[in-house]
Design a binder for this molecule. Sequence first.
Ligand SMILES: Nc1nc2c(c(=O)[nH]1)N[C@H]1C(S)=C(S)[C@@H](COP(=O)(O)O)O[C@H]1N2
Ligand SMILES: [Mo]
Length: 248
Amino acid sequence: MTRRKMIISGLAGLGGVTAAGRLAAQYGLVPPDGGGIYGPGATLNYATHRLLTAGASAREFAPQKISKTPYPNGKPPKDEIFVRQITNGFADWRLEVGGMVERPSSLSIAEIKGLPANSQITQLVCEEGWSYVAEWKGVALSHVLKLAGVSRQAKFVVYETLPIKGFTFDSIDIEEAMHPQTLISYGMNGADMPIEFGGPLRMRVPRQLGYKSVKYIAKVTATDSLKGFGKGLGSMDAEYGYSWYAGI
Ligand SMILES: Nc1nc2c(c(=O)[nH]1)N[C@H]1C(S)=C(S)[C@@H](COP(=O)(O)O)O[C@H]1N2
Ligand SMILES: [Mo]
């Protein structure tokens, strides 16, 4: 048996959920919401997914599959700071990149658009049961992290909106953050990111459910612990009861 197969069979049942939890802990594969009633299930799901699908990519589609009427979930922020940003074409919008990086930075939209661009046609899948396919354009999060000199000790990347009504944050592990399909996205279907779809900037995490693709992001933080963020679950969505890891 390969080491990987051994870990997976250990996780998947031989020793039961408690032993699986211990094994996951040994390999650093316990999610931040691995405690509580649903913790063992969340841990089993995350650890087996990470071992089975390491490096795998989200499905990409042909241009004809792009949805004619993508569905924007929710309304754009009405806060004064946001409305002012719209009025001046997001010229003052900044993406702060900090935490465990050698060179904390503050990037304008123009600077972000000047970085190497990636495009993907992928599906956004909401946990409520609907989905749409669109083309997203942006810079790989990994590129921005490498430019900032992300520490080898960083285990997670946290991203958050401007401090608006409806403020939210979420996070992903470093594997997801370094995956080439994880984008800081400023374009959709050939145009600038529409405001209702998260413009000027949204995180695009196509290997996970839609709630991980946070809109209106203004800050990205590399960290080795999620304890200092909100209630320590690394995600406002996890605080509402969704699982932190939402792999598809
Ligand atoms: N800032 C912010 N980002 C968000 C949300 C939100 O309420 N606020 N909803 C999430 C959820 S639950 C989903 S399914 C997707 C929906 O993306 P869409 O508006 O492009 O359909 O956005 C995610 N990003
Ligand atoms: Mo969603």
